[in-house]
Design a protein around this ligand. Structure first.
Ligand SMILES: [Mg+2]
Length: 397
């Protein structure tokens, strides 16, 4: 029977993650299991008010306004190849006539792509980027991933326990001298070959940024992420000119329009492309295409504490865009006692690399433990969403 089951996964984290915009101790993801014609696709989004202005409550409310009966019927009655062609041409929102913010679109689109991948027996990456010549590539070689040091981790511990290092991201604190010491220690330990980026998460004024960026660059930082208030296009351009230090946009870069604005105003050297923030895989791929056309570098990034399908989605994107300057794999293996998907997305910690998923779609299914986080079920016969379960709190004990 066709149905949709929404989970609000607030998984407790073994270690918290601190950065200038938030401290996280639990995941805050919506996970959708969409079943049509006997095949179940998994989707996820991770709304963050300080990034896109969306919240899990808001996305949950938005989902209940989506014409689900029509969507499920379309999935069941339209050929997979035909749907895929429409999706690649028109995007998810237009193809399915769904209006909503980036995280709602991501939640639905990832579930639909997983479902189509399973029907077609192909990985989701192949669906969004058919194999062929060019920078996308189709190799299955492992990809190195970056390591991030948050505000709760000392630099000595980080250097001693998190290697090997391919690319290091430092979350800025409110103390520039501390950050300068962190960057210097990393640079001293790793030598000149490993890129070091500092992510300020929008926390600096223009004048602070001017001084901080010069100081951090002197210590060996080669890239600065989102130094100013979101959308400070002219300030970003002026900072790039004044310091000569490359800037990566994250919170300011959520849509293709943002990418166009960034290029037009000269505000960026690189984009941090994160699937949920950017409104799903197809929109993310379009932003990457645009970046390449305009000589902008890009990173495939993650939200902190993604719980399963979103991790898979971001990796499918990464393996189809191997020219990213770096790829984040997240730390789900460190954060969570038990994942809600099986097999859990792995990172080879001996090498700090990821390998492509096996199997069709995202190559994962919901684990039994996911049931505790189910909150709403949609059934086409009633055309309504009904509350289910205890909302996940039982899992904590
Ligand atoms: Mg960031």
């Amino acid at each position: 029977m066709d149905e949709a089951l929404l989970h609000h996964a607030a998984l407790p984290m073994r270690v918290s993650f601190d950065h200038p915009a938030a401290r996280r101790r639990r995941s805050d993801s919506l996970v959708l299991a969409l079943t049509a014609g006997g095949v179940t696709g998994l989707g996820e989004c991770a709304p963050r008010p300080y990034v896109t202005g969306e919240t899990t409550d808001g996305v949950r409310a938005g989902l209940q306004r989506v014409p689900m009966r029509r969507l499920l019927e379309r999935l069941r009655t339209t050929g997979s190849e035909e749907l895929l062609e429409l999706l690649r041409r028109d995007g998810f929102a237009r193809t399915f006539g769904v209006a909503g913010g980036n995280n709602l679109i991501c939640l639905l689109e990832t579930a639909v792509l997983d479902l189509l991948g399973q029907r077609l027996g192909r990985g989701v990456g192949e669906l969004i980027r058919p194999a062929g010549p060019g920078p996308s590539g189709d190799g299955r070689a492992p990809l190195p991933v970056s390591q991030v040091i948050d505000l709760g981790t000392g630099v000595e511990e980080f250097l001693a326990t998190r290697g090997p290092f391919h690319f290091v991201k430092v979350k800025a604190s409110d103390d520039i001298e501390r950050d300068a010491r962190t960057v210097s220690a990393i640079r001293e330990a790793l030598g000149p070959g490993v890129p070091v980026m500092v992510d300020a998460n929008m926390s600096w004024t223009y004048d602070e940024a001017l001084g901080n960026i010069k100081r951090l660059a002197d210590c060996g930082a080669g890239l600065i992420e989102e130094p100013l208030r979101k959308g400070s296009w002219d300030g970003l351009r002026d900072l790039r000119r004044a310091t000569g230090v490359p800037v990566m946009l994250d919170e300011s870069l959520c849509t293709l329009d943002d990418a166009r604005t960034a290029v037009r105003t000269g505000a960026a050297d690189a984009f941090n492309v994160r699937v949920a923030k950017c409104g799903g895989l197809l929109n993310s791929a379009a932003i990457i295409d645009f970046a390449r056309e305009h000589g902008i570098a890009f990173q495939i990034g993650v939200q902190v504490a993604e719980t399963g399908p979103l991790i898979a989605a971001s990796r499918q994107l990464a393996f189809r865009h191997r020219d990213a300057i770096t790829v984040e794999a997240g730390q789900s293996d460190r954060f969570f006692e038990r994942m809600i998907v099986t097999p859990p997305p792995a990172v080879d910690r001996a090498a700090n690399t990821i390998s492509p998923a096996e199997g069709a779609g995202f190559g994962m299914a919901l684990d039994d433990s996911a049931r505790a986080w189910a909150v709403l079920r949609y059934a086409p016969d009633t055309d309504r969403w009904q509350p289910v379960g205890g909302g996940g709190e039982s899992y904590e004990g």
